[in-house]
Design a protein around this ligand. Structure first.
Ligand code: NAD
Ligand code: TYD
Length: 353
């Protein structure tokens, strides 16, 4: 079996669904259930067997050690993190606590467990750390995409905390020999993404006739990958990746924020037309995110050449599936958009010009 951390969040939920469908190997999900974690995402799996949720913190060494002893996993996949850049600007402490201190503590618990395994289990064990392209900093329009050799230059508290966690994972391999793997992926989109992130936020605001807030001039560029492709890449790296190596994961799909918002509006015009006119009439340019990185782009040749992984979805197929999912799961959005999310929306958007 494997232990997944942060599996009640966006990518972790998709990963567990994907994993059980493709591999059928049992999963225990250790999740603190912060505002971003929703246990109901995987509720139906618990009834079917092969899946269990344990509510707890990756930084709780007594709990994590007990779980490792009890379940004897062959791998730990670490998704648990505070993940929203804007929130990290208002409150960096939680990012340091979970992403840095929590990851470090998890590494200590896992190392101790790994050190006591029998030779074969020890050789087969893997710790896979899920990270982001934001650790590499920002690119100009004419720079080459990030390779795994690109120096770290994080610009937001979120990116700095993830870069720090990546460094600790690296150190645990070099110093203690822990068999680690790290993936650095670009922006994901798809089902179960919390509505604070760009694509689900735009879908929800459009359906409610609210302004579609675009930071700055909307020309910032991100590489976008459909979440099931990311999950597939993680499973591939876990299975075939070389110990101690880092793999960049991306969709070869760079788009400006304005292009993203226009694409989402176009699909909503087609699937849920509004009598008042096209949804992009609601676009509002608002004051920029402080320190807003201009461009992220991923060179995903290493994972393609060495592990034969390429994305299956194009942006057109992935975004269509995403919009359909949100239209069919408006109850899910309502459920996760309670008081905490409303308070966040007021805090982040009301003061913006
Ligand atoms: P998310 O915010 O949707 O989910 C995070 C999950 O972690 C939640 O279920 C939360 O309850 C849990 N969690 C938070 N702190 C915890 C703690 N101390 N102990 C245990 N659980 C805790 O995030 P996501 O978008 O699913 O991202 C998952 C991982 O992938 C993160 O490490 C993130 O940095 C990385 N990543 C995300 C993206 C993206 O586009 N979303 C891209 C690349 C990498
Ligand atoms: P986001 O989904 O927060 O991901 P990240 O900051 O990790 O890339 O934002 C994606 C892009 O969209 C980013 O350039 C910021 C921008 N953005 C807006 O323009 N308006 C918004 O309301 C949000 C949430 C993001």
């Amino acid at each position: 079996m494997i232990i997944v951390t942060g599996g009640a969040g966006f990518i972790g939920t998709n990963f567990i669904l994907h994993w059980l469908e493709q591999q059928g190997e049992s999963v225990v999900n250790l999740d603190k259930l912060t505002y971003a974690g929703n246990p109901d995402n995987l509720h139906q799996l618990a009834e079917a067997g092969g899946y269990e949720l344990v509510v707890g913190d990756i930084g709780d060494q007594a709990l994590v050690s007990a779980l490792l002893q009890k379940y004897q996993p062959r791998a730990v996949v670490n998704f648990a993190a505070e993940s929203h850049v804007d929130r990290s600007i208002y409150g960096p402490d939680a990012f340091v606590q979970t992403n840095v201190v929590g990851t470090c503590s998890l590494l200590q618990s896992v190392s101790q467990y790994w050190g006591e395994l029998a030779e074969k289990e020890k050789a087969d064990f893997r710790f896979l750390h899920v990270s982001t392209d934001e650790v590499y900093g920002s690119l100009s329009m004419d720079s080459a995409p990030f390779t795994e050799a690109h120096p770290f230059a994080p610009n937001s508290p979120y990116a700095a905390s993830k870069a720090s966690s990546d460094n600790f994972v690296r150190a645990w391999h070099h110093t203690y020999g822990l068999p680690v793997l790290t993936t650095n992926c670009s922006n994901n989109y798809g089902p179960y993404q919390f509505p604070e992130k760009l694509i689900p936020l735009i879908i929800q605001n459009a359906l409610q006739g609210l302004p579609l807030p675009i930071y700055g001039d909307g020309k910032n560029v991100r590489d976008w990958l459909y979440v099931s492709d990311h999950c597939d890449a993680i499973a591939t790296v876990l299975d075939q990746g070389s110990i101690g190596e880092v793999y960049n994961v991306g969709g070869w799909n760079e788009m400006t924020n304005l292009e993203i918002v226009d694409a989402v509006c176009g699909l909503l015009d087609e699937m849920r037309p509004d009598k008042k006119g096209p949804y992009n009439r609601l676009i509002e340019f608002v004051s920029d995110r402080p320190g807003h990185d201009f461009r992220y782009a991923i060179d995903a040749h290493k994972i393609k050449d060495q592990l034969n992984w390429v994305p299956k979805e194009t942006f057109e197929t992935g975004i269509r599936k995403t919009v359909v999912w949100y239209l069919e799961n408006m109850k899910w959005v309502e459920q996760v958009s309670g008081g905490e999310h409303e308070a966040w929306v007021s805090k982040n958007y009301e003061g913006r010009k």
